[in-house]
Design a protein around this ligand. Sequence first.
Ligand code: BGP
Length: 490
Amino acid sequence: MFRKDFMWGGATAANQCEGAWNVDGRGMAKTDVTTGGSVNSHRLVTYVDKDGKPGTLPGMGNGTLPEGAHYAVLEDYYYPNHDGIDFYHHYKEDIALMAEMGFQIFRMSISWSRLFPRGDEETPNEKGVEFYRNVFTELRKYNIEPLVTLSHFDTPLYLEEHYGGWNNRKLIGFFDRFAKTCFTEYKGLVKYWLTFNEINNTVMFLELFGNTATDEMYQSAYQQLHYQFVASAHAVKTGHEIDPENQIGCMICGITFYPLTSDPKDIMLNRHTWEKGIFYCGDVQCKGKYPTFAKRLWDEHHVRLDMTEQDLKDLQEGCVDMYTFSYYMSTVVTTHEVTEKVSGNFSAGAKNPYLTYSDWGWALDPVGLRYYLEMLYDRYEKPMMVVENGLGAYDKVEEDGSIHDPYRIDYLREHIKEMDLAVKEGVDLLAYTMWGCIDLVSAGTGEMRKRYGFIYVDKDDEGKGTYARSRKDSFYWFKKVIASGGEDLD
Ligand code: BGP
């Protein structure tokens, strides 16, 4: 039985849906120089070298630009995030559709470079400030609570190029200013905030490189994380000072890890995978200090962090109010040779014989969600929110315009059932925001055809389409779920 004031809704991110990438003074983010990709081919980041020659880097964010090169939009490539689904110009229509479904909460993010086009300015771009004020006001009109992510994969490109991004301590100060601007400008309109989206990806993604990730890459990843932890702690403190009503959460990419065998070595590896992938970030953000095992993780890769006494004090004073996370899949780890591997975007490890997989290779595992909720509630005893969960799938538009997506309904039903069991177990769950409630550009592959939405958007992988919105079968189903407070899942 969900709480009476439980909030049902959906989630998006600015870079994947807003579009209007160069409108009203917005500056660029890395996502604006990132091309489309697919399940089998990486997205690319494009640049021009010092002699004016075009070049590309793999889009996983770990490549370094050659000396003297700068990021650039190139003519021969397609950049799906430039137009997204044009939420910038469709937000009223989109929010009306969400209200029709009965949404009580809507997760979105603020594009940092729309407020601070370079990132290091003293004062914000007024047009940007106004856009989000309009969106929040529109949401409030329908009594939809905004849940706002401050940073969702879109650090201003200027900060990446001129300061080295989050490798530079100065970013903390720039983020402080951005966060303070948001809390001040939107006081009274927004009370639920998340600091950094899937903050743990920075280290977890390195695992996808297997043994090829170097100590240097780990050094950089842990250092970036440290600066982000401090920036997040500052945001929590400032947010509370500006409005004590504010509830601020971390945002962890939640994956449930299982050992493949009962070999104690696998059990130990599994524990260590949880520590590195999930607990490391959660512990700092929820408990305000680094866990005991952090030293082992740093030593493994000879990591030496720039970390001051003041940083440690700030971490302690900036613990988040709630544990908020995304959940899509579970993963299997083993020290043994893997005969059957998972292949897909951002999925790795051994295949779990007890599960089925999505077309993008993600393990479908509703029980894993309950496991995760119970485990993490026990660890932190903080209210929780599932702020992303959903199924990326191919949808077919019928002759009459209808879209039958029983696979999506099944996926969501099973996950909601498991959430319910976790709640019965005592987990204090505040909200559920289904990822990509309206179709948007995939973060991993840049595709439109990897669709998550209750609402269909007529746009394809070449950017063609009318951008018209329509309701899928799951739209009507979710409306019923919300109206019944999560009881009617048929
Ligand atoms: C999470 C991100 C989202 C979102 C989602 C689905 O990692 O926070 O931005 O995109 O995953 O992933 P994808 O878009 O690759 O299907």
